[in-house]
Write a protein that binds this ligand. Structure first.
Ligand code: SF4
Length: 461
């Protein structure tokens, strides 16, 4: 049996797709060879609901596979099972099957543990029998996705918490993914240990709001599960368990995504003191205007954010920061936009994910007055993108000549004699070296620029 997975949206979805892929492989399924899923028995579409455009894209793919399924039925060739999972599945549930009856299964975020039953049903129907499954549990508990290690890759994402309690007024995530749930510390540690043994060199700890990780001591539990633990405590626990193992393979740890109000001085101390933690933080700001931040329910001010950045920068020399920026929020004025542009210049982000506001049905912002015209939103977004391009270019030029340790990811796509690597600051670097260096840490000098990639040369470490 063969599967084909399409994943949309955030890193959490990617980690969850990886975990589902592991289930396929454990059951002996093979990945489809054809890039259009023509040889697949099952297509899994892991969807994102964060913006209406993301849902529209997923509908386009679902409808495309529905047509392929009808064609196969008409030709009497192998059956195609269509499974929809992710945030759209959680948000719309059975409505998906009503709108597109060719969809066989809708598996919500909280129903991942039922995925084995879905595969049982598909396997049993492979000989031409009825594709059927009694209803899966409507109110299951959330089960953490395991991270997944792709042979040949040296980076892995490890979910540590799930859901969000922040209820930013534009965001659908808390309504779909539910309230925050933190993962058992012992499960995180044992997963990190097995990833290190498999050859992983870099880990990203993942959560919708990763700094608010909070484990409540479990009665009667031994070891780390028996004590209360916050995010900085978890970072220290991870560092000491990696050092105790002493393998020396896993050397870089990052985390995503950080809400500014939860990034404590204790986290800053850990980042400053422990070389295991990469000196790059993605710190979402969204807007530089207090009025807009308040309407967004972000629960910090421009002053709070800039003071946090100041504390981080003075404690962690060489720290790089990236962010998310949302323009065109209801009520945003030219002056508000000016404050955002000004904040971007003050912080000097290495890169930003920039997008303009689109109302999301089911969120408070969708009914706020002061909608901004599409053309104005697009024009404001263009200005933000242009500024970021300039900031990135200036920052990269200022880095030329630096000596950096990089993790080699694989051969460069452009030149077979070059390898692609990444710095701790998440910058892309290519340099000439033998393929045998893939997976190792190498010291290079950043020599020149090609677009947003550094060209480098190896130097003695
Ligand atoms: S912090 Fe805000 S934007 Fe991020 S997931 Fe939570 S509600 Fe959404």
């Amino acid at each position: 049996m063969t599967y084909f997975i399409e994943t949309y949206g955030c890193q959490m979805n990617k980690a969850e797709s990886s975990a589902l892929e592991l289930i396929f492989r454990e059951r002996g399924w093979l990945p489809a060879v054809s890039s259009d899923a023509a040889d697949a028995d099952l297509v899994l579409i892991n969807t994102c609901s964060v913006r209406a455009t993301a849902e529209n894209r997923a509908w386009g793919r679902i409808d495309l596979y529905a047509a392929a399924k009808r064609d196969r039925a008409a030709e009497g060739v192998r059956r195609l099972a269509i499974v929809v999972t992710g945030c759209m599945a959680e948000r719309m549930k059975r409505e998906i099957k009503v709108r597109q009856p060719a969809v066989d299964f809708v598996v919500g975020t909280f129903q991942k543990q039922a995925f084995g039953l879905v595969l049982d049903a598909v396997e049993q129907s492979a000989g031409g029998g009825r594709l059927a499954l009694d209803d899966i549990d409507e109110s299951p508990a959330f089960v953490f996705a395991r991270s997944y290690y792709e042979p040949g890759s040296f980076r892995s994402f490890v979910p540590i918490m799930h859901g969000c309690d922040n209820f930013c007024s534009y965001c659908i995530v808390p309504h779909i993914r539910g309230r925050e749930v933190s993962r058992r510390p012992s499960a995180i540690l044992s997963e990190l240990a097995s990833l290190e043994e498999t050859g992983v060199r870099e880990i990203t700890l993942l959560g919708q709001n990763v700094n608010s990780y909070r484990w409540k001591a479990e009665a009667g539990a031994q070891g780390p599960d028996g004590a209360d633990l916050g995010f900085p405590g978890l970072l220290r626990l991870i560092a000491s368990s990696i050092r105790e193992r002493g393998i020396g393979g896993l050397r870089w740890v990052r985390f995503l995504t950080s809400h500014p109000k939860d990034l404590s001085d204790e986290v800053i101390r850990v980042l400053a003191e422990d070389p295991l933690y990469c000196k790059h933080v993605h710190l979402c700001v969204q807007s530089g205007s207090d009025a807009v931040l308040k309407a967004m329910n972000r629960r910090y001010t421009r002053g709070d954010y800039l003071s946090l950045v100041g504390r981080m920068r003075s404690a962690i020399p060489g720290l790089s920061l990236s962010t998310d920026i949302l323009v065109g929020f209801p009520g945003e004025t030219e002056e508000d936009l000016g404050l955002t542009l000004d904040l971007m210049r003050s912080v000097g982000y290495s890169y930003s994910y920039m997008y303009h506001y689109n109302p999301r049905e089911g969120t408070p912002a969708a009914s706020m007055p002061g909608r901004i015209a599409e053309q104005v939103k697009r024009e404001r977004l263009t200005r933000v993108i242009e500024l970021q391009k300039g900031l990135t270019a200036d920052l990269m030029r200022s880095r030329l000549g630096s000596i950096e340790e990089v993790l080699v990811e694989g051969p460069s796509r452009r030149k077979k004699t070059e390898l692609l690597a990444r710095t701790q600051r998440d910058e892309m670097v290519v340099f000439p070296a033998a393929a045998s260096r893939v997976g190792s840490f190498v010291t290079v000098r950043l020599a020149s620029l090609s677009g947003n990639t550094f060209k480098a040369e190896e130097v003695a470490g």
